[in-house]
Structure formats: C-alpha cells, structure tokens
Design a protein around this ligand. Structure first.
Ligand code: NAD
Length: 485
C-alpha cells in the first residue's frame, strides 16, 4: 500500500469531530489530516466487535486456525516492512534503520502469539474438603478453563505506534477477543495499513475495529462504554489514572503500561565503556521518548566525573535528524507540544540552579530537535526536572557513595518501570536487583527486549504485564467448573 494511498485513505475516513493535522516532526510540515472519528464511530465499533464476538466467528474457531491467521498476519507485516518503516519514520520521525528493526519485531509478535493459541490450558484440582456442603456429593472434581474477555479496548501512544499496536493486538486476537483499537491522534498512519492487513490475513469482519480520534473523545468513549469488558492502555500515568477512574462504572478490567523515571546505577568496578555507551543510548535513543529510558543516572563517586563527561560526549556526537537526513541516528521529538514540554523542563532546571553539562537547547533548524542534554547538580527533593517524567533526551546524573545511598535515591520515586545496575560484582548486582523497586531490572544490560519475557511496571508505572504468557493471560478470564463425577 503506497504512502499516498494511506494518506488518502486516512483523509477520507468518515468522522464527525475536529479536523486533526498529521505533522512530520522532522520538518514540521503537514503530511495529511483527518476527522476525529467521534463518539458515534466508537459506539459502532463496539457494536460490531460485540456482534462478532457473540457470533463466535473468531473466538469459536479451532485454535489452530486462529494461529494460522496470526502467523499469516506476521508474514504480511514482513512483506510490507518497507511501507511500514516509511510510515513510522514519517509519523514518529524514526531513522529508517530503527523503524525497519521495529517493524520486524512487530511481525514477530503475531508469530509468537500464534504459538500460544493452542496452549491456553486451564488446570484440574483435587478437592480436599469432604465435610459441610461437599458431603452431599461423591467424587467432586474441579477444573478451570480460560475464556477471552470478549470486547476489549486497546489504546496506545505515539512513541512507537506500530510496536504498541502489535504488542496489544497480537495477544488479544490470540486469546479470541474482539477489538476496538485506538492509535494516538499524532501518529495514525501505520494503523491504516495494519487494519487492512488484519483483514487480508483472514481475521473476520467486525473482530478488529480501528477508531482514530482524540483521547478525550474516542479514547474516553471506549473506556466509558458498558460493552467493553477490558481496556489495555499504554500511555502517561496521568491518563492511566483517568482510565482507571472511568472504568469503575462497569468494573472494567485494566492493563496499564505507564510512564517511568528509571534509575541507572553505575559502579566503579563496571565495564565503564560499555556502561557509559548503554546509559547514553538508554536515555538519548528516540530522543528519550521511550517509557524505559534511564533518565536518572547514579554514579559511584570515584568514577562520577568520567561517566558524566563520557555521557555528555556521546550525546554531543549523536547525529540528530529525520528519515531523509543522511546518517541520522536520533529522531526528533514527536510534536510541538512535546518540544515545549521538554524545553520547559530544561528551563525550569536552569532557573533552579541545575548545571547543564551538555545540550540543553533546540537545534537551529526545522523539526522538533532537542540536543541530548546532561544535567547535574539538581536538588532531588525539589527539582521537577529530576522527579517528573520528561519523555525527552534529558539525563540527570548524581553521585553516590554506597549501596544504601544508591538504592535510596533509585527507589525515591512514584514510578517503578525499569532499573539498571552496572557492576562486575555479581553478588552485589543480584542483591541490588532484589532491592530495586521496578518491574524490570537489567544487570549489566539495558534496553533489552524479548516477546517471551514479561514487561511492565511497579508502583505508578503500571498495572499488569505485557509480552510472554502474562501478556495473553491479560486477555483471558479464568472460569472454575465444579463437577460431581
Ligand atoms: P497519553 O497518555 O497522553 O496518550 C496515550 C493514548 O491515550 C493516546 O492514544 C491518547 O489519545 C489516549 N488518551 C488520552 N486521553 C485519554 C482519555 N481520557 N481516555 C482514553 N484515552 C485517552 O500519552 P502520550 O503522551 O501519547 O505517550 C507518552 C506516555 O506514554 C509517556 O508517559 C510514556 O512513558 C508512556 N509509555 C509507556 C509505555 C509502557 O509500556 N510503560 C510505553 C510507551 C509509552
């Protein structure tokens, strides 16, 4: 599907709300525009999903048949990898190589979850209680089965549009659910192609329904809808809390993948070249617009200066640019809003007396580019730059003296998404791994990922997990069946 066709299709999508422009963040030029789908479109999508679910057209077919369709969808994504990469680059500003790598990861989500379709087993239980009510029966037996939630709402952000879509759609389809899917209004392009391929792969009509509009209209309508059994959301902690509140009316189940302010601990006995390189990539990649970005870096005092200078030097040398800029490694921020937010935090830091070691400014060119920024000398008790998620290329670095101090600083946050430890002392690494309050801890590794390994945060970074078996279990209910044999 050529780029022009996607843009045309998006522009012609029916909608009742405001016209929303789609902006290329590397050039600030408008690529296309579309109408907010509006609440009526969400109602229609939920009705279609409900009808499809109740008909059993997807959920009641043999699991191996669902698996084949998912596998085919993975292959179709691979076949259209170049188009997807182009759309992701244009929409989210990603360098083409990064976009291509992400697209192949997305295809694999469908093949990975195709494998789970045929393995969704319950358990069987020995009944121990013989007295009481049970004494009326002989030979009691109990077992559980797994059932799809039914109609689920999937809402995702702009920072990795296709990745976030596939991380939710693949397990939800594998579980046998029917879906209402909402991309972020800033980055709807890949959804248009994905929607078409889902149909081509053989997912029946009505099973996967895309609605494209604002969070306050389309997103809120999904969350409020009484026929939506579950919402799986990736986005900011603020909106995650709103979704939880809005879900209370019909006690919708929620999975929330939210923000972070992830700590990175670097010890003087670490492989420092590696630690400096990965800590730099861990905050500057995709201009810091990654939920697991290590934005608070704590360094043992004896190597503090070396690490600060090392990360600043790497940040200074990273080539920023859009998909059309030769050699670009780091993408722009996604929007003017995000640019204002990041620069606002940097300005606030300066006013509070923080030291800007490197970066700290917008590039003098078109596009929402902020130079990778290293900040020191912040007050952990009061600095908003240090405490709040910026979602930009801004690393704050502070020294520590011993394990207890490092752990106290690392855990002193309302977030708990990811954490990293760099040390050659393995006993210390594992002990810190246990003490860090984060859903994912990397010991001498950062930015790791696998479809099979659970992903998700502690504290205000989320509820539930994605990926692996836990990722599909999030779309399944457990039914207990009692039987007298
Ligand atoms: P956001 O919360 O503003 O929006 C995310 C999605 O929610 C969008 O589709 C938006 O339209 C929708 N939305 C907004 N208001 C809504 C409402 N009231 N009801 C329903 N839906 C609504 O987040 P963002 O700014 O697009 O993305 C950045 C955030 O996402 C960061 O905080 C980042 O940490 C987080 N994130 C988390 C993960 C993770 O897995 N933990 C991954 C990527 C991004």
């Amino acid at each position: 599907m050529a780029l022009q066709t996607v843009l045309e299709e998006l522009r012609n999508r029916p909608g009742t709300g405001e016209t929303i422009p789609v902006i290329d963040p590397a050039t600030e030029e408008q690529i296309t525009e579309f109408r907010d789908c509006g609440v009526a479109a969400v109602d229609a999508a939920v009705a279609a999903a409900k009808a499809a679910y109740q008909s059993g057209v997807w959920t009641d077919i043999p699991a191996r048949q669902r698996a084949k369709v998912l596998w085919k969808l993975g292959d179709l994504i691979d076949e259209h990898a170049k188009e997807f990469a182009e759309l992701e680059s244009l929409d989210a500003g990603m360098p083409p190589m990064q976009a291509e790598m992400i697209v192949s990861t997305c295809a694999e989500f469908f093949r990975y979850y195709a494998g789970w379709c045929t393995k969704l087993n319950g358990s069987s239980y020995q009944v121990q209680m013989e007295g009481g009510v049970n004494s009326n029966y002989s030979n009691l037996h109990a077992y559980t089965t797994k059932e799809p939630y039914g109609v689920v709402g999937l809402i995702y952000p702009w920072n990795g549009p296709l990745f976030n879509a596939c991380a939710k759609i693949a397990p939800a389809l594998a579980a046998g659910c029917s879906l209402v899917v909402k991309p972020a209004e800033e980055t709807p392009l890949s959804a248009v192609l994905l929607e078409r391929l889902i149909g081509e792969a053989g997912v029946p009509d009505g099973v996967a329904n895309f609605v494209i509009g604002y969070g306050a209209t389309a997103g809120a309508a999904i969350t409020a809808h009484p026929d939506v059994e579950k919402v799986a959301f990736t986005g900011s902690t603020e909106v995650g809390k709103q979704i939880m509140r809005d879900s209370a009316d019909n006690l919708k189940k929620v999975t929330l993948e939210l923000g972070g302010k992830s700590p990175v601990l670097i010890y003087d006995d670490a492989d420092l070249d590696m630690a400096i390189m990965m800590a730099s990539m861990g905050i500057f990649v995709h201009s810091g617009q990654g939920c697991v970005c290590g934005s608070r870096i704590f360094v043992q005092r004896s190597v503090y200066e070396r690490v600060v200078q090392g990360i600043a030097m790497i940040g200074d040398n990273l080539v920023l640019g859009g998909p059309k800029d030769e050699g670009a490694m780091i993408s722009p921020l996604v929007s003017q809003k995000q640019l204002d937010r990041v620069l606002g935090y940097i300005d606030q830091g300066k006013r509070d007396g923080a030291e800007i070691v490197s970066g700290g400014y917008r590039l003098d060119r078109k596009g929402y580019f902020v130079k990778p920024t290293v900040v020191t000398n912040v007050d952990p008790a009061t600095s908003r730059l240090y405490k709040e998620e910026i979602f930009g290329p801004v690393a704050t670095i502070l020294p520590f003296d011993d394990d207890d101090e490092a752990i106290a600083m690392a855990n002193d946050t309302s977030y708990g998404l990811a954490a990293t430890v760099w040390t050659s002392n393995l006993a210390r690494a594992h002990s810190l791994g246990k003490r860090l309050q984060a859903g994912m801890v990397g010991l001498n590794c950062q930015l790791t990922f696998d479809h099979n390994v659970p992903f998700g945060g502690y504290k205000q970074s989320g509820v539930g997990k994605e990926f692996g078996y836990e990722g599909i279990d999030a779309y399944l209910k457990t039914k207990t069946i009692w039987a007298q044999l």
